[in-house]
Design a protein around this ligand. Structure first.
Ligand SMILES: O=C(O)COP(=O)(O)O
Ligand SMILES: [Mg+2]
Length: 226
């Protein structure tokens, strides 16, 4: 795990925090199914998986607002409309987990880290209630000591609060920690928390290359960290 040592002053990190959607799992096909069912129920055109891919990353509420707006800028969408659509989306998505898949290298990396007694956490903007069951479904149930969802704390990424909270709970400093994510919010949250960030190039970053956000390292597969 040389690349990880290089990021943490020659030592293995004691804590690795992972983003979920677009980093560990490809959840966009299911999210798109749920978004499209919601839109059709509301009498609108479905958005399709490619557009939904660009909208994921800032939690369910923003995803629904982007779907209602038909684009990334959701500033014109009203509150009442958001609440009604969000409730439908959450209900529909609760039964939409058929297409989720694990990215290559994920299982191998988590296995190697946990064998090396590195503490593991998930810090995602996905609503917390979905996270543990999905990890279980894809065979990652036993790995994570801490799970923080987008509604666990008052703040979500790019705010560093969740990362700071996990480091506090683990009793581990920034220098001994690492964050692995796929989007701008992940790189910004890690930077604000003072934690080095590895970004995966295959995830969702609103249609932009995540390398533009200047993480410490970009990899095309988590297997590169082994
Ligand atoms: O639910 C989202 O918007 C994305 O969640 P993530 O933080 O795991 O990428
Ligand atoms: Mg992500």
């Amino acid at each position: 795990m040389k690349p990880l040592r290089a990021l943490c002053a020659g030592e293995l990190p004691r804590l690795v925090m992972f983003d979920l959607d677009g980093t560990l799992v490809d959840s966009v096909p299911d999210l798109a199914t749920a978004v499209d069912r919601m839109l059709v129920e509301l009498g609108r055109e479905p958005a399709g998986v490619e557009r939904v891919r660009h909208w994921v990353g800032n939690g369910a509420r923003v995803l629904v607002r982007r779907a209602l707006a038909g684009g990334l800028d959701h500033s014109a969408v009203g509150e009442a409309e958001t609440e009604e659509a969000l409730a439908r989306f959450l209900d529909i998505y609760a039964d939409c987990h058929e297409l989720i898949t694990l990215y290559p290298g994920v299982h191998e990396l988590l296995e190697a880290l946990s064998t090396a007694a590195v503490e593991l956490a998930v810090v995602t903007n996905k609503p917390e209630r979905f996270v543990a069951p999905l990890l279980e479904q894809v065979g990652l149930g036993g790995y994570f000591r801490w799970i923080i969802g987008g509604d666990t704390l008052p703040q979500q990424k790019p705010d560093p609060a969740a990362l700071l909270q996990v480091m506090r709970l683990a009793g581990v400093s920034q220098e001994q920690s690492l964050f692995v994510g796929d989007s701008r919010s992940d790189v910004l949250a890690a930077r604000a928390a003072g934690v080095p960030c590895v970004a995966v190039s295959y995830g969702y970053n609103h249609g932009r290359p995540v390398a533009e956000e200047a993480p410490q390292l970009v990899v095309d597969s988590l297997a590169e960290l082994l």
